[in-house]
Design a protein around this ligand. Structure first.
Ligand code: GTP
Ligand code: MG
Length: 197
């Protein structure tokens, strides 16, 4: 599935300029700096496909990538603190919420959570929106390389408990590290399974 080309095809700054819904879309959402763009690069094996930065607020539009003509990955701006003007953050936060709740071609959202921090109130608000709109989502823990083995297990257990009663949550939590590559094959397999359902 990920063996072919991966190409940037579209950037959207408002709901009015989204691309045509001709492919299934899989979106990556999460707080600013959680590692969304890095995960897109790790999945596609293309280190410079999505732009990354240690400064929160790097991705400022919905960026669509065509994966081998099979489906589209959507790298989103982050919510929460970003090192840019408040107005910009407010505008893209609204765009994220509107896109996530109202896109017919959106098959799944991967909600990224920093494994050092777990689910915070701002994340919970996004999960509430997805539950209400019945948009299927799965939690991906990022930056697992920063934790010790036992700490990852604890974060998985805590997070599983927090999403247990959520209507649209996929029960399995995926631990990953874009840096070490751990969990990336499993995430690819999950996407392949989703597309073949
Ligand atoms: P915004 O676009 O600003 O919302 O950020 P983002 O969620 O796209 O994060 P990005 O991929 O740009 O990564 C943010 C920072 O986290 C960068 O400094 C990355 O190098 C770092 N980072 C990303 N993934 C990992 C990881 O798996 N492990 C570690 N240790 N750092 C990571
Ligand atoms: Mg980004």
């Amino acid at each position: 599935l990920f063996a072919g080309a991966a190409d940037f095809i579209w950037a959207a700054t408002s709901l009015k300029n989204l691309p045509p819904m001709d492919k299934v879309e899989i979106a990556f959402a999460g707080r600013s700096n959680v590692g969304k763009s890095s995960l897109v690069n790790a999945l596609t094996g293309r280190n410079t496909l999505a732009r990354t930065s240690h400064t929160p607020g790097r991705t400022q539009q919905l960026n669509f990538f065509d994966i081998g003509g099979h489906f589209h990955l959507v790298d989103m701006p982050g919510y929460g603190y970003a090192a840019v003007e408040k107005q910009k953050v407010q505008a893209w936060t609204k765009l994220i919420h509107d896109y996530l709740r109202g896109r017919a071609s959106l098959a799944r959202v991967y909600v990224l959570i920093d494994s050092r921090h777990g689910i915070k109130p701002l994340d919970a608000a996004v999960l509430d929106g997805l539950d209400q709109a019945a948009v299927s989502y799965q939690i991906v823990l990022t930056k697992g390389d920063e934790l010790k083995e036992g700490e990852i297990e604890k974060c998985i257990a805590d997070t599983a408990q927090k999403i247990a009663k959520r209507a649209a949550a996929f029960p399995e939590i995926m631990p990953t590290s874009s840096r070490s590559g751990s969990g990336i094959p499993e995430l690819r397999a999950g996407i392949a399974k989703l597309l073949h359902e």
